[in-house]
Design a protein around this ligand. Structure first.
Ligand code: S3P
Length: 168
């Protein structure tokens, strides 16, 4: 199967659930944003401020290209990984792409306590989330499977993820 790529909007649980999925499947876990932060020595938010989103996308594309060469890992990607169609093609070619979704209300709730997401740094966060979600909806349809995590406990969500992978 190659790698398992976890994609989806910010706050859908990609990192938390991806890490647990990897543990359950005894696979290596890679968080692409963490990898970018550790190789660049900068927080994602600082990269956006200092060098802009397009530079971050370059780092993201390079990080994915490097990590896609790993086999058999669970790779949690940043929410914007699907903006670049080369990234999409690479993920589909080298693995199984699983999309996580959640309602806008749940995303707002989950991301409220966490900083470090420059794209959600807006006066009207609700409007920002809804606009970005609508813009990206089509892009996320590249996934092989989708799981809605709204209302699920992390345990229930991971259980369903394991089933989706074994049905692949
Ligand atoms: C982004 C999502 C973030 C991070 C960056 C941009 C996006 O990752 O990569 O802030 O464009 O949706 P998470 O989805 O893990 O929050």
């Amino acid at each position: 199967m190659g790698n398992i790529y976890i994609i989806g909007f910010m706050g859908t649980g990609k990192s938390t659930l991806g890490r647990e999925l990897a543990r359950r499947l005894r696979k290596e876990f890679i968080d692409l944003d963490e990898f970018i932060e550790s190789t660049s020595g900068k927080r994602i938010a600082d990269i956006f401020v200092a060098a802009g989103e397009s530079f971050f996308r370059t780092l993201e594309r390079r990080a994915l290209a490097e990590k896609a060469a790993t086999d058999n890992a669970v790779i949690a990607c940043g929410g914007g990984i699907v903006i670049d169609q080369d990234n999409v093609a690479l993920m589909r070619r080298t693995g199984f792409v699983m999309r996580l979704t959640a309602s806008a209300e749940e995303i707002l709730r989950r991301t409220a306590q966490q900083n470090g997401r420059p794209l959600l740094d807006a006066d009207d966060r609700k409007a920002r989330v809804e606009t970005l979600m609508a813009q990206r909806e089509k892009l996320y349809r590249c996934a092989h499977v989708t799981l809605d995590t709204t209302g699920l406990t992390p345990e229930q969500a991971v259980e369903r993820m394991v089933k989706l992978v074994s049905g692949a």
